[in-house]
Design a protein around this ligand. Structure first.
Ligand SMILES: Nc1nc2c(ncn2[C@@H]2O[C@H](COP(=O)(O)OP(=O)(O)OP(=O)(O)O)[C@@H](O)[C@H]2O)c(=O)[nH]1
Ligand SMILES: [Mg+2]
Length: 728
């Protein structure tokens, strides 16, 4: 109590204090007190407050910042002041945003992201040494444009024909604009290389080349789906361009539509009109571009390089026509480019000149779109979205998914290629067959095959072969009375006929020299009946040769002298550049002597051959007597005069060394030759056509006397028979 008897307040501050003596570790204890230092003080002082554990480390403020009733923070209430303040703030924010935007724009313009350093471009030429760095899909011979390697990618490089390049602000704007365009159906712009005053535009490379080239490739089958996909790609790309800041293309041609490796059509050479302006261009190139240009642009003395959207629609119409017709932008026409452009610009007699639609296989709806796209009045041309709608029928077969479309295109292309490969393989096989045929005419088949395999041909010795020689009687007289070309004709006819006959026997013909003809039996494949083969063939030839008509002297007849001898010999290939299969040995000389000592239309047979033929049986002889053969002395020789006709039973087969026996009917001995076959009726044989105009089967199966068998020389199947022989 104080002196006045008033009670003095005794205030203590109780706080939570850590206390391990109580459960929970905390207890409320006095932590500070209020004391009056002087009795005159109106309020007590806080003593010991430092021990208090305040939340947040300090005591709470005594009053809220804006006072207990918020009056301390109240704004001025004048609306004019408020509005002015807001407007200033908004203007400041807008100005800051605009400034930032402009700054960024300027920065983008100034940035040289479009710039390509010449040192980063490695030009690839068709004869580039560095083939390993060129990706497989790049066929440099089919590029048709300059291609280069840029940061590991193949790019197309288009050089601008300008004397000097000044990269102005407008050009920078164009470059920025074009860099921002991205679409699946536009070729991706990579950059521009400006070096020492010249410039080139670098863009992504499309490996399948331009649409014009794809359409010109006759091996490529473009079915409806292919066509629809190409048209759809073109429309998509063009629509994107029309909706972009570029607004239009201005130079839409089939060479500016490229096809990439995935068969996606991409539009190229869009934009950059200022950069490309003032290019010194080839007049022919300029003229070619005009073929796709709309009439109103052709008439304009200063057409804008970006053309117009309606102008693009006209160009689209021409390209659509090109895709459907595959015969160029104006079809098969005799008019020159200049004449076409002239007629489009100034129609003659008011009749509009457009590509011919007759013979174009297309749906009526597509033809209607074509006509609409190349309307004379631009405002009558549909816009691209309408074109897309009107071509709905055309796109009906297409898949909605781009990837599926791509896959379908690839599959189509692969099967197209398969058919193409098959066709080319057939052609190749046919060519190979012809080459083999030619080779087999020059060398025995087994030898030719071994030579093809690169094997060395060892000369072989044969114990027993039969050598045949024939020679035209009075050939020197024939030569003296004919001109060289007539002689060539006679020999050609004779050899064509003889070759056809000997192909029916198991014998090998050695190259003829002048009128002399040499045939050997028993090599290169050994054959036990070689003497019979040669004898039969000799009788056949003897019968046929006199029936060959001499073209320039039809009444004259060819007669031959034949000599045959059997014995041992060696045979092998001589020469490397022009290998020849040659036969060596005394047997050859003796056979030649047998021929030279023979008589016209007689077959002179040595005693050795006679013994073999007797053993074989079926041949008829007449003894000639003792003849002096140079080198052999006096030997007994024979005339072969005939063979037993009735011994022929089996069908007559053409002999083809190397052909498996099982593939041919008939009975064969170990040489691949039918026993009966070698003993043929000479009359029947005579009916066999030379040159194969009648097959062997037909000659033997037709009963009764045969009709005249003629052959037409192989070199001209349309001419009248040059040589004919008939049965007497
Ligand atoms: N394979 C392939 N060929 C291309 C590529 N780019 C252009 N070409 C072809 O290269 C040739 C020359 O192209 P450009 O210099 O653009 O000439 P243009 O297209 O005929 O005519 P403009 O573009 O009108 O000047 C044309 O046949 C193009 O189709 C590409 O990326 N790949
Ligand atoms: Mg081009």
């Amino acid at each position: 109590m104080d002196s006045a008897g008033d009670a003095e307040g005794n205030f203590s501050v109780i706080g939570l204090v850590e206390d391990h003596t109580v459960p929970g570790g905390w207890s409320a204890q006095p932590v500070a007190a209020f004391r009056y230092a002087n009795s005159s003080d109106p309020l007590p002082e806080l003593v010991g407050g430092s021990q208090i554990a305040w939340i947040g480390g300090k005591p709470p403020i005594a009053e809220p910042p804006c006072g207990f009733d918020g009056k301390k923070c109240s704004l001025p209430h004048d609306p004019g002041v408020l509005f002015a303040a807001g407007a200033v703030a908004a203007a400041a924010v807008l100005a800051a945003a605009l400034l930032l935007r402009h700054y960024r724009y300027e920065q983008k313009l100034a940035s040289v992201l479009w710039k390509i350093e010449a040192k980063d471009l490695t030009i690839i030429s068709a004869c580039s040494d560095n083939k390993t760095s060129i990706p497989q899909e790049v066929d440099t011979r089919r590029a048709h444009t300059t291609i280069a390697l840029y940061r590991g990618n193949i790019v197309a490089v288009k050089k601008l024909n300008k004397k000097s390049i000044d990269v102005t602000r407008v050009i920078k704007k164009e470059l920025k604009q074009i860099r921002e365009l991205r679409h699946e159906n536009l070729t991706a712009f990579v950059g521009v290389c400006v070096e020492s005053g010249s410039a080139c535009i670098v863009s992504a490379y499309c490996s399948r080349g331009s649409l014009a080239r794809v359409l010109a490739d006759r091996d490529l089958l473009l079915d409806d789906m292919f066509v629809a996909k190409l048209v759809a790609d073109l429309l998509r790309g063009l629509t994107y361009l029309h909706d972009s800041p570029l607004v239009s293309h201005g130079n839409l041609t089939s060479s500016n539509c490229l096809v990439n490796s995935d068969w996606v059509l991409q539009i190229a050479d869009y934009g950059l009109h200022t950069l490309k302006s003032m290019e010194t261009e080839d007049a022919l190139r300029l003229e070619k571009r005009m073929l796709w240009r709309a009439p109103e642009l052709l008439r304009d003395p200063n057409p804008p390089p970006w053309g117009s959207q309606k102008g693009d629609v006209y160009s689209f119409g021409i390209i659509l026509y090109e895709i459907l017709g595959r015969s160029g932008p104006w079809g098969d026409t005799n008019l020159t480019n200049d004449e076409i452009i002239g007629r489009v610009r100034h129609p003659i007699g008011g009749v509009l000149f457009r590509p011919p639609l007759s013979g174009l296989a297309a749906r009526p709806s597509v033809l209607a779109v074509l006509n609409a796209c190349w309307s004379e009045r631009p405002d009558r041309r549909p816009d691209l979205r309408l074109v897309w709608l009107r071509l709905k029928d055309m796109h009906a077969g297409m898949k909605t998914n781009t990837f599926d479309n791509m896959l379908a295109m690839m599959e189509k292309y692969a099967s197209n290629l398969e058919a193409l490969v098959e066709e080319k393989t057939n052609k190749l096989t046919e060519e190979k067959r012809k080459t083999d045929d030619l080779l087999h005419r020059m060398l025995p088949r087994t030898i030719a095959e071994a030579l093809k395999r690169g094997e060395h041909i060892q000369a072989e010795s044969y114990d027993s072969v039969t050598v045949f020689f024939s020679d035209i009687v009075d050939f020197s007289h024939l030569v003296a009375t004919s001109c060289p070309m007539q002689i060539v004709d006679v020999l050609h006819d004779l050899y064509t006929c003889c070759d056809a006959i000997i192909s029916y026997y198991n014998v090998y013909k050695v190259e003829p020299v002048r009128d002399a003809y040499m045939v050997v039996g028993g090599l290169p494949e050994r054959c036990s009946k070689h003497a019979a083969e040669v004898a039969s063939m000799a009788l056949h030839l003897l019968d046929v040769v006199p029936q060959i008509r001499i073209r320039h002297n039809p009444v004259a007849r060819l007669n031959i002298k034949i000599g045959i001898h059997s014995g041992q010999c060696a045979a092998g290939v001589v020469g490397i550049k022009m290998p020849r299969y040659c036969i060596f040995g005394d047997t050859v000389n003796t056979a030649a002597r047998m021929q030279s000592t023979s008589d016209p239309q007689k077959i002179h047979v040595s005693h050795d051959t006679y013994v073999m033929l007797r053993k074989h049986g079926g041949f008829h002889f007449k003894e000639r007597g003792i003849v002096n053969i140079k080198g052999r002395g006096e030997i007994k020789t024979w005339w072969l005069i005939g063979e037993d006709h009735e011994r022929r039973r089996a069908p007559f087969y053409r002999f083809q060394p190397g052909v498996s026996r099982s593939s041919v009917r008939g009975s064969y001995d170990e040489t691949g030759w039918s026993t009966e076959r070698s003993i043929l009726n000479i009359r029947d044989r005579a009916r066999l056509s030379c040159g194969g105009s009648l097959g062997p089967g037909s000659a033997l199966s037709s009963p009764g006397p045969p009709a005249c068998a003629c052959f037409v020389p192989q070199r001209d199947h349309h001419s009248a028979p040059a040589v004919s022989f008939c049965e007497d």
